[in-house]
Structure formats: structure tokens, C-alpha cells
Design a protein around this ligand. Structure first.
Ligand SMILES: Nc1nc2c(ncn2[C@@H]2O[C@H](COP(=O)(O)OP(=O)(O)OP(=O)(O)O)[C@@H](O)[C@H]2O)c(=O)[nH]1
Ligand SMILES: [Mg+2]
Ligand SMILES: [Zn+2]
Ligand SMILES: [Zn+2]
Length: 423
């Protein structure tokens, strides 16, 4: 798992690093720093006021300087009433020496958004996973449940520890996902469009530390939840600058909702059936076009970003058929989905078996055009997951949350790049 794909080797090599917060590819030799000595911000502000006049860094508080880059990143006016401020002096000099106390500063910041750059960025780069798919496919529930599973089930299984990178991630996950789903037992609301909420642009970032082996490895994982309507057309994705994070991703999870697929929708018998959705081949085609444009590839060139295609809500496909028509779209008892993966390792055989079955299923039920578009991604695999484990009736999750195989695409993505059996 320590080896990256071609794509991420390029972006995670010794001097360039993709900031998982703002998706800028930055040169690690030209970054900003922050001094942990709180006397330095005070000294900086005192010097500014002694030299007379007003400075763009002076806030209302005498011990806090204005973080101009951080303010702009969060859509706040640095000269306005509520800019982002900090008690820790920011050093915009790539030497990393504090211009106040003269000592080296160890806290490294992205020069664009002033979020932290972790230790190990040189070696491991950042691993940005984006979860994409049309409206209502189940992206938010999948991300919410995946994070919980990775922390509480995957990590102990694989000898890892997953921790949030910043307090904002802790807060965002808790307030926007965990509380509602796991404490209140309610479904999540549809995600707001990027257009409206700039704060939603920030992904949730976690550090995943593998403790076993000769050298501990640390991965920076960014989970990015998009609103389905923002992915409707290539133009819209460009307008909202979604193209940069998609094109710089180390892995894409593309979700397909079986209930929105016309062939399945018309045959399945169930309550609370959602309406049929748009053509998923078109949406994945748009994503492929955006990546090729952004990464200067020709229209038929293979894409190097690994693609995991996952069928969501598979709980609804794992019931007893009520008639022959249903029988043709459900996963019977001989399905490979019922075979457990071997724990604590990358079970390639199990994943290959599932991938072959789901690919054939999608070719039949979705379209040949879809499986062809998937082939445009050099490294791809198919999965079937369920975040909730059952179909919710109404807004409350009366049957609780019992996820199925949510971690599979993630285990596969972590094992891209040639070295198998790493997690
Ligand atoms: N049966 C079943 N239904 C699910 C599952 N996950 C989500 N759903 C249903 O699908 C609906 C949409 O899920 P979301 O996670 O909000 O979908 P989304 O892709 O984030 O949608 P947007 O944010 O609007 O783009 C939910 O309200 C649930 O009713 C699952 O694992 N099983
Ligand atoms: Mg959502
Ligand atoms: Zn940044
Ligand atoms: Zn200092």
C-alpha cells in the first residue's frame, strides 16, 4: 500500500504535494510556517503598531494577527468584521525561521489556505478520495458510515489508528453526520450545492497511521462529499472548480444507485422506491472528460486514477424474489457478495470475484456504454455496498445501521500501485 499509482507518485513526490484542504498542488519548498511561541504574534503586532499606520494583519485583538490566506479560503473578507485570526505568528518565508524569535518553526502550512501540512507529506503525499455519484445515490450516508467503520472496525483489524487532522474535521463529522445518524437515528438531509456554501468545500481530513511493519506509515485521507446536482454537467463542474479536486484525486469511488437504474427500478417490488435517475454512463463520461482535459490527456487516453465503481443500497437487492422478473435483478444465495473477505489482509481473490459479478450485472442492468466508460480508467474494480443495511421507511432509521462491505472499495484503493497485500 505504500506505493502510489503513477498519478499520485507524481503529485506526492518529494517536493510537490496536493493540499487535501484546498486541492492546490504546492511546492513543499515554498510553504508557510507558524511559530508556536505565542509571544511572537504579540511582538509582530506591537512592531506593526510602533511603525505607525494600520496594517492588514492587525485585528481587533492585540494578541491575534489576521490570517489573510485563511480568511480568503473560507470566503471571509480579511478586512471585514470577522476575518480568521490566529495567536500564532505566520511566517511567509520559505526558510521556516521565525522572523520574530529567530527560531525554526515546525508547524508547516499550505501557502494557499493555511491548513496544516503533516509530517510525512514528502514521503506519502496525500491520498484524496472523492466519492461521486448522482443526486440521492447515497454519497453522504456512505461517507458517514465509512468513516465510522474505518475508525472502529477497519483500524483495529489492520493495526491502524485513524484520527481527525483538525478540530474542524471532528466538528464537521460530528455535527453534520454522526449525531444525526448514530445518536438521533435519523436519515441525513440532501447535501447543499457548492454554490451556496463555501464551507462545505472543505473535505474531512483524517490521518491513518499503520503502526506495524518496519517503518510506521501515515496517510492523509480526504473525504469529499459533493451534492449530486453539482455533477450534472461538465460545465457545471468546471464553473464550481470541482475539476481540480477530481483530477488530483488518488482514487475515485463512483456510486451507482440500483433503484435509480430504469431496468431495476421497473422490476423491483418494494416500498419507498425513488424515481428513476439520469443516465449514469453520461455522468461518468463527464467526469472522465474533465479529468482528461485537466490532465492534458487525449479523448481516448486511459486515465490513471483508480476507479472503484460501487453499487449502493445493495441491501434492497439481497432479498427473496417475489416473481421471475425480480429474480433476474436480485443477488441470489450463490452470489459472491455472501462470501466474507479474509480479515486483516487484502483479499484479492474475493474482490476479483465480486468485481466480475458486479461488472456483468451492471453491463446487463445499467448498460454496455457504462461498463465501456469504466474501462477508460486503467485500474478499475466493481463493488456492492450498503451503508444502512436496510431500506429506511421514512426519516427515522428504525432498524438501526448495519453496514455491508462499505470498506471494500477503500481497501482496494489503498492497495493500488502494484504492491499487494499491504493492508
Ligand atoms: N436501502 C438503502 N437506502 C439508502 C442507503 N443509503 C442511503 N439510502 C437512501 O438514499 C437516500 C439518499 O442518500 P444520500 O446519502 O443523502 O444521497 P446523496 O448521494 O448524498 O444525495 P445528494 O446529497 O442529494 O447528492 C437516503 O435518504 C436513504 O433513503 C442504504 O445503504 N440502503
Ligand atoms: Mg449528500
Ligand atoms: Zn491548502
Ligand atoms: Zn517565533
Amino acid at each position: 500500500m505504500s506505493k502510489k499509482t503513477d498519478q499520485s507518485t507524481k503529485i506526492g513526490s518529494t517536493t510537490s504535494y496536493v493540499c487535501p484542504f484546498c486541492f492546490t498542488s504546492i511546492d513543499l519548498k515554498r510553504i508557510h510556517y507558524q511559530c508556536t511561541n505565542v509571544a511572537c504574534a504579540k511582538m509582530f503586532l506591537r512592531k506593526l503598531s510602533e511603525s505607525g499606520g494600520k496594517s492588514e494583519y492587525m485585528s481587533r485583538n492585540l494578541d491575534e494577527e489576521i490570517d489573510i490566506e485563511g480568511s480568503i479560503f473560507l470566503g471571509k473578507d480579511p478586512a471585514g468584521p470577522s476575518p480568521v485570526t490566529t495567536k500564532n505568528h505566520i511566517i511567509r518565508n520559505p526558510s521556516g525561521m521565525c522572523d520574530m524569535c529567530g527560531r525554526p518553526a515546525y508547524r508547516r502550512l499550505c501557502p494557499c489556505c493555511h491548513n496544516p501540512i503533516p509530517q510525512g507529506a514528502e514521503e506519502e503525499g496525500s491520498t484524496v478520495f472523492v466519492v461521486l455519484g448522482p443526486k440521492g445515490v447515497g454519497k453522504s450516508h456512505y461517507i458517514a458510515v465509512l468513516i465510522n467503520e474505518l475508525r472502529n472496525s477497519f483500524s483495529p483489524e489492520f493495526g491502524a489508528i485513524m484520527s481527525p487532522a483538525t478540530d474542524k474535521t471532528t466538528l464537521k463529522y460530528r455535527e453534520m453526520y454522526y449525531k444525526r445518524l448514530y445518536e438521533e437515528g435519523r436519515k441525513l438531509a440532501p447535501t447543499l450545492s457548492f454554490e451556496g456554501s463555501k464551507e462545505s468545500r472543505e473535505p474531512m481530513i483524517y490521518y491513518l497511521r499503520f503502526l506495524e511493519g518496519e517503518a510506521p506509515r501515515v496517510y492523509t485521507l480526504a473525504f469529499f462529499d459533493t451534492a449530486g446536482e453539482d455533477l450534472d454537467s461538465a460545465n457545471k463542474m468546471m464553473d464550481l472548480s470541482l475539476n481540480s479536486f477530481i483530477s488530483l484525486a488518488s482514487g475515485i469511488v463512483f456510486l451507482v444507485d440500483p433503484l435509480q437504474v430504469p431496468y431495476i427500478n421497473t422490476r423491483i417490488r418494494m416500498d419507498n422506491k425513488p424515481p428513476q435517475g439520469k443516465n449514469v454512463a453520461d455522468m461518468l463520461g463527464n467526469i472522465a472528460t474533465i479529468i482528461r482535459t485537466n490532465n492534458s490527456l487525449k479523448p481516448r487516453d486511459p486515465i490513471d486514477i483508480p476507479l472503484a465503481v460501487a453499487l449502493t443500497k445493495s441491501d434492497v437487492l439481497m432479498k427473496m424474489p417475489e416473481n421471475d422478473e425480480e429474480d433476474g435483478i436480485l443477488f441470489g444465495p450463490s452470489s459472491s457478495l455472501y462470501i466474507d473477505r479474509e480479515k486483516g489482509k487484502y483479499d484479492k481473490t474475493n474482490f476479483d470475484q465480486i468485481s466480475a459479478e458486479i461488472e456483468e450485472y451492471m453491463r446487463r442492468a445499467v448498460s454496455e456504454a457504462f461498463t465501456q466508460t469504466v474501462k477508460g480508467f486503467r485500474d478499475h474494480s466493481y463493488f456492492a455496498v450498503s451503508a444502512l443495511g436496510s431500506n429506511p421507511a421514512g426519516n427515522t432509521l428504525t432498524r438501526g445501521i448495519s453496514p455491508m462491505r462499505v470498506e471494500d472499495p477503500f481497501i482496494w484503493l489503498l492497495n493500488r500501485g502494484g504492491q499487494e497485500d499491504r493492508v
